[in-house]
Ligand binder design. Structure first.
Ligand code: KIV
Length: 275
């Protein structure tokens, strides 16, 4: 998958060994160009099922099919040379049974070369995580707010407040004990995220959780300001590329309408075709 085949790829055990060390940097990517941009800076790159909402305009992650994950996973793999590739298992492809999960996880790993899959759920998914890891599939867990459960959770709200903290803690512990090499903590109170981070032996990767986690993940389009329909409160924007892109497109449209668009034949070279 690497350009030269000589770079040292991070593996799930390398990531697990980073517990309590320098925080792990994780971003999502869905395309080859973005994968190339994030690769030098990230320990892991996640092809999240958020791709369905961010790139395909779906209202939630629930309709995302396995084929969409496969295709974006292959595109991202082409752009990575050092970061570890993790790919999300979409809703409906793993919850039924450990057998179903293995079949679909193996398909994603074979199609994309991902080193690991991520799946949502705590105690109730522990048996499946154990089944996969014992059969050679590395698993990243995901507890707290699990967006694939938006209907039963009743929305995208913070999980583990007050009396509910024990449930989220038990979920994280179950995932870790089942053999996951790391676990995403999404939208849980900072104190609880810190407690879980100290309680489990695997790295915690926070999103809307706490700086005390062993690493952080963001949706790359959120932090670049490219995804604008809504912005989760926890997202820090590092650029406003959506506004910059609108400005550039408006300038292009103005050039075309004013006939100031440069298209003289002497400008044509031997570039690859754009069609
Ligand atoms: O789908 C996704 O992008 C994710 C991350 C936000 C953790 O699950």
């Amino acid at each position: 998958m690497s350009a030269t085949g000589t770079e040292k790829r991070l593996t799930p055990p390398d990531i697990q060994a980073r517990k309590g060390e320098v925080p792990l940097v994780v971003l999502t990517a869905y395309t080859t160009p973005i994968a190339r941009l994030v690769d030098p800076h990230c320990d892991m790159v996640l092809v999240g099922d958020s791709v369905g909402m961010v790139l395909h305009g779906l209202p939630s992650t629930l309709p995302v099919p396995l084929e969409m994950m496969e295709m974006h996973g292959q595109a991202v793999a082409r752009g990575l040379s050092q970061a570890m590739l993790v790919i999300d298992m979409p809703f409906g492809t793993y919850e039924e049974s450990p057998d179903q999960a293995f079949r679909n996880a193996a398909r994603l790993v074979q199609a994309t070369g991902a080193a690991a899959v991520k799946l949502e759920g705590g105690e109730h998914m522990a048996e499946t995580i154990r089944f996969l890891t014992r059969r050679g599939i590395a698993v990243m867990g995901h507890v707290g707010l699990t967006p694939q459960a938006v209907n039963t959770l009743g929305g995208y709200r913070v999980q583990g407040r007050g009396n509910d903290s024990g449930r989220v803690r038990a979920d994280a512990v179950a995932v870790a004990e089942a053999g996951a090499f790391s676990v995403v903590l999404e939208k849980v109170p900072a104190t609880l995220a810190g407690e879980i981070t100290r309680a489990v032996a695997i790295p915690t990767i926070g999103i809307g959780a706490s700086a005390d986690c062993d690493g952080q993940v963001l949706v790359v389009d959120d932090m670049l300001g490219l995804f604008t329909p809504f912005r989760p409160k926890f997202v820090r924007r590092y650029a406003d590329l959506g506004t910059e892109a609108s400005r550039a497109i408006a300038a292009y449209a103005a050039d075309v309408r004013a006939r100031t668009f440069p298209a003289a034949e002497h400008l044509f070279g031997d570039e690859p075709p754009r069609t």
